[in-house]
Structures are given as structure tokens and as C-alpha cells.
Design a protein around this ligand. Structure first.
Ligand SMILES: C[S@@+](CC[C@H](N)C(=O)[O-])C[C@H]1O[C@@H](n2cnc3c(N)ncnc32)[C@H](O)[C@@H]1O
Length: 304
């Protein structure tokens, strides 16, 4: 950390080679990448991002929850009840963990804008409060498929008439059971609960070439390590690399987040968000006739 703070990239390199963990924290909870970033040593930041991506450690650590603080497995979550608040501004699981909260509305609006840009056939995985589905409906797509696996959430969808909306098809199942038998789609959004990047999201991503049409847009709720900006940057890089291996280019759009004040978290077991920035992923096939340079230019660097 001292070497990172001082910008000594050769020393940082040697320490990493000798097995120093890229993601160790000091007593103030800061990692080497944050020290380097604060001191303006971008070369060291980039070096640590690359090391983080390569390290076996990151692959193990990649078992991040798609949504933070979901402490139960997906199957357990689906087998237990959830409750909607009376004002419909949140869903809590049996432990009082927030499954979804209304403060995310502007983020969901932005995701809908990204995936509905060409209209057509849209897929959303995970209904929750229906925020993104309402935003999708406002954009009047040709068809709108919603995969939802929780019985209580499915009941809420029926109680609120989602099954009667024109063009809407509800698939009451885990996405693992019905994909890739659906689609293909022009726009896809993924936002489940109690699932992990390593085990679940990566599997979902591997289906994209089958379910995303050429010219289509994929996005997902980016809840990967929201508590640490440097670790977030590493995950953005990992997603970018894994998508690129499938011929898909990822652009992260940086959005300011109006951090919900303390009162919003009252009654929620864990506050799952504290960052003032959100990096909205937009994933599209790399076009064969695209110039390599212009693609690189349009990417957001991992440390931004
Ligand atoms: C965070 S909420 C989605 C919030 C939604 N984006 C919104 O705008 O309100 C996650 C949803 O995914 C559902 N879900 C969890 N695991 C699933 C799975 N394997 N397949 C389908 N839906 C799942 C949950 O029941 C929950 O309704």
C-alpha cells in the first residue's frame, strides 16, 4: 500500500509477483488501488486492476451476490415468503433483507431506456416491484416477456393485472428452467435476488448469444461490490473481458445516485447501497465492420 500510494509501480509489480494480495485492506478499510487513485497514480491503479482480474483470488471472490446482502441461496429465497410494504415502496424477505426498494426507480428507468432503444421484443428477468416493467411498458415495445420465479411476487403480478396487459407474457419459472427456450429478444434486463455472479450470472451471460438478437441490447442491475469503488472497477473489467470473449462490447454509463437518506433504510436489516455512483452496463454485439479503434474509444475505462 505504501508503494501504491507513492506511485512505485515497479515495487508494486514485484510485491504482486511475490503473492501480495491486490485487495488487502488497511485498518481504515482502504485498499492499495484506492491509495494509488487518491494520490493520482493512474498507472498503478491500472496495474492493480489487471492484477485483480488475473488473480485466482478474484475468481473465488467473484461469488458476489447479484444483489448484495441476499444471505440465502436462490432456492431458499424462492421457498420462503416475501412481503410488500403497504405503500408498495419495498419488498422484504423473511429476514428483513430488502429484495427491492423504490429509490432505485431512476436507475430502472435508465435501464429501460437502454434496453428498449430499438423497441421490438423485450425480456425482463425478475419482477420485484415492477419498476423496470412499468418503465418498459411506457416505451410500448412489440412484446414484453417477464420471467418471475417467486410465488408471492407472481401473485402480486396477477393481483395488479400484469397478465392482462397487451403484449405482456408472464413466465412463472426460474430463468434456469425456461431459457434458452424463449426469444430471441431485442432488449434483455437481468435483476434477480439470492444469485451469485460466479454461479448464476455467468451462466446467464453464456446464454446471451442464443437469446439476444443481432443489434439487441443487454443490461443488468450492477450491484457488484457497491461498497468499494476500486473492487467495483475490477468487476467492471471482468464483465468487460468475459463479454468481449463472446463478441459483446460493454459500455458502463456512469450515473449519479442520490443516496437514499437513513429514513429510507428504516426496517431494512442491511443497507445494501452506499455509493454515490452507479455504472449502468450496456452490452451490445461488436459489429464486424466496426473499426477496432473506435470501439476502444467508446469504452469507459475501468477506473472511471
Ligand atoms: C430485485 S427484484 C427485481 C426488481 C425489478 N428490477 C424492479 O424493477 O422492480 C428480483 C426479482 O427476481 C426474482 N427472482 C429471483 N430469483 C429468480 C430466478 N432464478 N428466476 C426468475 N426470477 C427470480 C425475485 O423473486 C424478485 O422478484
Amino acid at each position: 500500500m505504501v508503494a501504491a500510494k507513492a506511485g512505485h509501480s515497479s515495487v508494486v509489480g514485484r510485491l504482486l509477483e511475490a503473492g501480495a494480495p491486490w485487495n488487502a485492506l488497511d485498518k481504515n478499510g482502504l485498499c492499495a488501488g484506492e491509495h494509488a487513485e487518491a494520490a493520482g497514480h493512474q498507472d498503478v491503479v491500472n496495474q492493480l486492476v489487471v492484477a485483480g482480474c488475473r488473480a485466482e483470488l478474484i475468481l473465488a471472490a467473484a461469488e458476489q451476490h447479484v444483489r448484495p446482502n441476499g444471505q440465502v441461496s436462490n432456492q431458499d429465497f424462492l421457498a420462503r415468503s416475501v412481503r410488500y410494504s403497504s405503500s408498495n415502496d419495498r419488498i422484504l424477505d423473511e429476514d428483513g433483507e430488502a429484495v427491492m426498494m423504490e429509490w432505485e426507480q431512476p436507475l430502472m428507468e435508465a435501464h429501460a431506456e437502454a434496453i428498449c432503444c430499438s423497441g421490438g421484443d423485450i425480456l425482463n428477468v425478475g419482477f420485484g416491484l415492477g419498476l423496470i416493467d412499468a418503465a418498459i411498458q411506457r416505451r410500448k415495445p412489440r412484446s414484453h416477456t417477464i420471467i418471475e420465479a417467486h410465488p408471492d411476487v407472481h401473485k402480486k403480478m396477477l393481483d395488479t393485472g400484469w397478465d392482462k396487459k397487451e403484449g405482456v407474457k408472464i413466465v412463472f419459472a426460474r430463468w434456469q428452467e425456461v431459457l434458452p427456450g424463449l426469444g430471441p429478444f431485442d432488449g434483455i434486463f437481468f435483476d434477480t435476488y439470492g444469485e451469485y455472479y460466479d454461479a448464476d450470472m455467468r451462466e446467464f451471460h453464456s446464454l446471451l448469444p442464443k437469446i439476444l438478437k443481432p443489434g439487441g441490447v443487454y443490461s443488468f442491475f450492477n450491484g457488484l461490490v457497491p461498497t468499494n469503488p476500486f473492487f467495483q472497477a475490477v468487476y467492471r473489467q471482468i464483465v468487460d473481458m468475459e463479454m468481449a470473449a463472446m463478441g459483446i462490447e460493454t459500455t458502463f454509463i456512469s450515473l449519479p445516485v442520490d443516496a437514499p437518506d437513513e429514513s429510507v433504510w428504516k426496517g431494512v436489516k442491511h443497507r445494501y447501497w452506499c455509493s454515490d455512483a452507479y455504472y449502468l452496463p450496456v452490452c451490445e454485439y461488436i459489429e464486424a465492420d466496426h473499426g477496432g479503434e473506435s470501439q476502444a474509444e467508446s469504452r469507459t475505462p475501468p477506473s472511471s
